[in-house]
Ligand binder design. Structure first.
Ligand code: SF4
Ligand code: SF4
Length: 186
């Protein structure tokens, strides 16, 4: 049987714990909500976060330094060289294997591969995790213009050389003809 003292003690404890609880609730009730409605909203990502890579393709020289530095061979690339210009076919990074160690970033001589702040890699198809980092396939418009200019220059140079050779041989033929004519006259 509960004594009168215990009875009032229980009432006091209940009121006290409810007050403590309500004080905490009241504190948060007056604050701005901190819930983030992901994926519509996102918290800021620190600059040094190591997320999905991004490639500054126009700076890349297809040197393979990043691929060689990767300890688990995640990076593969394919490009055709036209003199100094590149025609890109693929530059893939397999996120089934990548451990986001950043070792591929440091050896890049052109500072063109970076760890980004994107992290969402949700898929039901594993093949989608082999991402192509190229922003365009083939040649960049600037590279195409440079290649055409270089080809035109090369062609003009070859034509000038051929013309000079032709003039030289005509000159030699004329010279030998004159020399021959002189002998006949003597
Ligand atoms: S972050 Fe590491 S594991 Fe991923 S591609 Fe770069 S070197 Fe390879
Ligand atoms: S190291 Fe840099 S320049 Fe060389 S292939 Fe990789 S991204 Fe391109």
């Amino acid at each position: 049987m509960v004594s009168v003292r215990e009875y009032f003690d229980n009432i006091w404890k209940t009121v006290k714990s409810t007050t403590v609880g309500m004080r905490i609730t009241g504190k948060y009730f007056l604050q701005k909500p901190i819930t983030v409605q992901y994926p519509d909203e996102r918290l800021p990502i620190p600059d040094r976060y190591r997320g999905i890579h991004y490639l500054e393709q126009e700076k890349c020289i297809d040197c393979l330094a990043c691929a060689r530095a990767c300890p688990i061979d995640c990076i593969e690339m394919d490009a055709i060289r036209h003199g100094k210009e590149l025609e890109w076919i693929s530059f893939t990074l397999d996120y089934q294997k990548c451990m986001f160690c950043e070792l591929c970033v440091y050896p890049c001589p052109k500072d063109c591969i970076h760890m980004g702040t994107e992290f969402a890699l949700t898929t039901t198809d594993r093949s989608e995790l082999n991402l192509d980092l190229l922003s365009y396939k083939g040649m960049a418009p600037d590279a195409r213009v440079r290649m055409r200019e270089a080809e035109a220059k090369k062609k003009a140079k070859a034509e000038a050389k051929a013309l000079a050779a032709e003039e030289k041989s005509n000159g030699e033929e004329g010279g030998s003809g004159e020399a021959g004519g002189g002998k006949d006259g003597a």
